[in-house]
Design a protein around this ligand. Structure first.
Ligand SMILES: *Cc1c(COP(=O)(O)O)cnc(C)c1O
Length: 388
């Protein structure tokens, strides 16, 4: 056996930023001390900076779904009319949460791989002027599709409804102008473009969302946004925080802010574009009609299950990539670009993909996909900056 390095190449958890990982070793710290308050305040300020908003940004010990749950339980009341856009497994999660809390959900569904178009949302808003909220995924990670958040946001902002955006894989992979587009709640998760392990959820809350929350009557306890905001202003979290993750977050945010959030987005966009071109060069079809940059979902060649490709990466190269979820299980494989990914990762992923495809009878010329990635790299002149 030869060396095969373990590589985590999934769209969450994502590769870890080493200095953030090292920062976690300083977890022998108490959370009700000035020492920790300094770190926590810095992390919250960093979140606000990378979110690019003056809205409140809160942090909670939970996976991303915790913040999705909190946005419903804190801001809505039983029977509230809401619009839920769903274009994949994560959209279905919104539907389930809304129903679990007894919201009256008008579900706008799009088939896997496509998106809910702005005109459908506009029509639904017009049909029900009493709508209190619109829920959506910025990037639907189960299919690789990206919603037109700007157009939909600008529509929702003209109504009394708040726009609740699961941007868990949207943050750091696509521009999200929270104030200009009217994004009232924007949800993030630590294990995506933030380059640290799972366990923290983030959400920004606009004045309009706080206002709606005032009349909200759904029960909640652990996830209490008002309480969390008050604690955060004092440099603390309401409950015992996930100290090690906050230390990591603070370090990762320094890195992201140093680079600039726009650059992190551009990084994902370039890798996504290069991946799409590689797929075309290898005669593979893309799954999403409106592909985003957090990940690229690719259909295997006709007659081949994507499970073969996922298994090939693990066995040949020690790399973990993901197949599809639910009914898409064997129909797609997903290559991630969010967070701590670079062109060297992509060169090797595409080179590996070519070898796996050939080993399974799909005739591709060696190097064709890699060349497509190299061409995008050269055109973008990423190297010039790195060397300067
Ligand atoms: C990862 C992810 C989530 C949250 O999943 P958790 O397992 O709760 O972190 C939600 N929405 C999208 C689009 C995601 O990619």
């Amino acid at each position: 056996m030869h060396i095969r390095k373990q590589r985590l190449l999934t769209p969450g958890p994502t590769p870890l930023y080493p200095p953030a990982l090292h920062a976690m070793m300083a977890s022998d710290i108490h959370h009700r001390t000035e020492e920790f308050r300094t770190v926590y305040k810095s992390a919250l300020a960093g979140l606000k900076a990378v979110y690019g908003t003056t809205n409140d940004v809160l942090c909670m010990a939970a996976s991303g779904s915790g913040a999705m749950d909190a946005s419903v339980s804190n801001l809505f009341s039983r029977g509230d009319k809401v619009i839920v856009c769903t274009a994949g497994k994560f959209g279905e999660r919104w539907v389930e949460i809304a129903r679990a809390y007894g919201l009256d959900a008008n579900v706008l569904e799009a088939p896997y791989g496509s998106v809910v178009t702005p005109d459908r949302v506009e029509e639904a808003l017009r049909a029900e002027p009493g709508t209190k909220g619109v829920f959506i995924q910025a990037s639907e990670s189960s299919t690789g599709a990206e919603h037109d958040i700007e157009s939909i946001g600008k529509m929702v902002r003209k109504t009394d409804a708040i726009f609740v955006v699961d941007a868990i894989t949207g943050l750091g992979t696509m521009p999200l102008d929270i104030e200009a587009w009217g994004l009232d709640v924007v949800i993030g998760g630590s294990q995506k473009a933030f380059m640290i392990p799972p366990g923290l959820a983030f959400l920004s809350v606009s004045p309009k969302a706080w206002e709606l929350g005032k009349s909200a009557t759904l029960p909640h306890y652990y996830f209490d946004l008002k309480k969390e905001k008050k604690s955060g202003d004092g440099g603390e979290s309401t409950w015992t925080p996930a100290t090690s993750l906050i230390l990591a977050l603070n370090e990762a945010l320094l890195y992201i802010r140093g680079m600039g959030m726009a650059k992190l987005v551009e990084n994902a966009q370039l890798l996504a574009r290069a991946t799409r071109e590689a797929a075309v060069a290898l005669d593979l079809k893309l799954f999403a009609t409106r592909p985003g940059s957090s990940l690229t979902a690719i259909c295997p060649p006709a007659g081949m299950s994507s499970a073969v490709i996922v298994k090939g990466f693990k066995q040949k190269f020690g790399a973990v990539i993901t197949g599809g979820q639910g009914s898409m299980k064997n129909e797609i494989f997903r290559l991630a670009h969010l967070g701590y990914f670079d062109f060297s990762d992509l060169f090797s992923v595409i080179a590996g993909l070519e070898l796996i495809l050939r080993a399974n009878g799909h005739r591709v010329e060696l190097g064709k996909g890699v060349a497509a990635v190299q061409t995008v790299y050269e055109a973008a002149e990423v190297g010039v900056q790195a060397a300067a």
